[in-house]
Design a protein around this ligand. Structure first.
Ligand SMILES: [Fe+2]
Ligand SMILES: [Fe+2]
Length: 261
């Protein structure tokens, strides 16, 4: 039984500013030619300003493929996340926040995520109320991811995050900021569902690829990282996912999908 291969482009950390008019259109045209679907793993804007979202919405008007995204920490900086989300949704972007969607037969579960650190050194809910509140936020985001994954029934499943679920794709960042770049709590639900791949951004100086403890591939698709590590400097990646009815599907890397050397 053969299926259809869907090309999924991914990137993160656009950090669109009020003066970014024209900056992203050539990139989006390149992506639209190379892929059937575009996933954006947060930090779409620089300060989470509606003016920035309006600029990005105009830039995205040239994209002729479905676009799905999660917000990043920069997108909530100014307290206007609802308006930023509304502007991008009006521009046709499917924004996920603890929700799931299916585009071109690919299931996508999306959540921003949060920090707290990794493994045995992860922050625990102990001591001051503010520490407990910090951990609670990470737990809540993990629960949202779990609920989103549970809604996907068939086809390849992609977990779309902003924060990293594993330390492997954060390596290269200063050790002091690891706890602010992701949380192992996000890895837990990924291990409970048949996830084909995990995409995130946020760690601009991390590593392009790692895996969860269960072997699910995790890709850091931060533009800043990909510009430095792909052989051609292309700031996005393209994955091919085979879409077929009720079949287990594995991601396949394109020949043109550059890997860090
Ligand atoms: Fe960023
Ligand atoms: Fe970020």
């Amino acid at each position: 039984m053969s299926g259809t291969r869907v090309r999924v482009a991914a990137l993160a950390d656009l950090h669109c500013t009020k003066t970014s008019q024209g900056v992203f259109q050539p990139l989006f045209a390149q992506i639209a030619a190379a892929a059937d679907l575009l996933l954006i793993a947060g930090d779409l804007t620089d300060y989470g300003l509606p003016e920035e979202a309006r600029v990005l919405a105009r830039e995205l008007s040239s994209v002729r493929v479905p676009v799905c995204a999660v917000l990043g920490n920069h997108d909530v900086e100014s307290g206007n996340a609802a308006e930023v989300s509304a502007l991008l949704s009006e521009a046709g972007v499917t924004l996920l926040d603890g929700d799931a969607c299916e585009l071109k037969g690919v299931g996508i579960a999306g959540v921003k995520g949060f920090g707290g650190g990794f493994g045995q050194r992860a922050l625990a809910p102990w001591g001051e109320p503010i520490i407990k509140q910090f951990v609670r936020e990470a737990v809540d985001e993990a629960l949202k991811l779990e609920a989103a994954l549970a809604r996907l029934r068939t086809g390849p499943r992609v977990a779309l995050l902003h924060y990293a679920p594993v330390a492997g794709t954060v390596d290269g960042e200063p050790l002091e900021i690891y706890p602010f770049l992701g949380s192992s709590r996000l890895e837990e639900p990924i291990g409970r569902y048949p996830v084909s791949l995990v995409l995130h951004g946020h760690a601009h100086r991390g590593q392009p690829q790692a895996a969860t403890k269960n072997g699910v591939p995790v890709y850091n698709v931060s533009m800043q990282l990909l510009k430095r590590t792909t052989s051609d400097g292309r700031p996005f990646r393209v994955f091919e996912l085979e879409v077929e009815d009720r079949a287990a599907v594995q991601p396949r890397r394109r020949a043109t999908d550059a890997v860090a050397s």
